[in-house]
Ligand binder design. Sequence first.
Ligand SMILES: Cc1ncc(COP(=O)(O)O)c(C=O)c1O
Length: 403
Amino acid sequence: MDKWAKVRAEFNQDPAYSNFTGFLLTPHPRRVREAIAAHRDALDRNPALVLEQQLALSMTGKDSFDSAPRTAAARFLAAQPNDFALTDSTTMGLGLVYAGFRIGAGKEVLATVHDHFSTHEALRLRAARDGVKGRKITLYAQPARVSTDEIVGNLTREIAPDTRVVAATWVHSSTGVKLPIRAMADVIAAANRKRAADDRIWFVVDGVHGFGIENVTMSDLGCDVFVAGCHKWLFGPRGTGLVWAHRDAWDQLTPTIPAFEGPPYMAWIENKAPVGPFGIMHTPGGFHSFEHRWALPAAFAFQSEIGRAEIQARVHELNSRLKQGLREISRVRLHTPVDPKLSSGITCFEVQGVSNEDVVKRLLERKIIASVSPYAVAYARLSPGLLNTPQQVDEALAAVAAL
Ligand SMILES: Cc1ncc(COP(=O)(O)O)c(C=O)c1O
């Protein structure tokens, strides 16, 4: 069995289908299923004792099931464990970040028209709450022809004196475009050099569709806040996510939901002001589906064992194969850039004379699961990843050609 067949054998997917929507909600690989089952069984046997044991460990700052996901994320992204808050999803992370960012009167959040509902809605809710202005800019005119220069040029032009936060999305689920986050961070850093420290611009990224594909660390990316769900490309437990922020950026955020781990809870009992690591203070509290959260390290281990560079190469190879093939079908208009520097695991296209919904419906008749991007301007999407084979890509191409 080749390496990728072994990887696919870790999943319990229905073999009758080719699933090209791994970016939506992941199936759990074996080791994640086993980790969830182990934690669930322990909680079922004795929930109070398991919780008390974990609480005691977190009170004393020792390793616990709660600290393990932060440690694993930190190793994966070359960052500090205590700079990770744990969430249930990308949406929860974005909601907390945009609700809690300290933004003075008259200052704006500069978002983009390419962002997902979760960013736009979090900003709309923030505006409704206290009037923080949001502005949406267009970073590129035609996704298939996008260039780093176009994106960087538009961002540079649109940053205004009132801009306090730049909100962007690493890989657009609308078009498949992958933004050059480092180059954008450099534009923001250049603007910040002309600003006073308390007037600096912060760069917040919804990173969910690059996380688990692109082999980069937090310092490679260069953003100030990184928000992602772990239940898509990372193959983490469903209902897990994280927010990472640079130390200085955490200082700009006020938590919204009380944290529930040792330090803040202890401070409350002792009637003291809560102090604790940022990642803990910003992790929404209350009891959780702990078996899922505690199983998150298994997903990082799954990825690291396969090899991050190999995962990146494989996902890009499958998407390049798909894009080359789509370009050869005369009725197909490919909207995702061919260049792997500006694209990742999502490939968007249209078929002349066939609605996107019909493309998906007719592929499904052939047991090929595709999707329509849920945006005002929508495309058909196929997202080959570790769940897929080159043969499945070829079959999907043949099915699109036959439409
Ligand atoms: C760019 C982007 N951000 C956020 C989300 C929402 O992710 P989650 O389900 O983790 O909240 C999605 C799609 O599900 C998305 O495409």
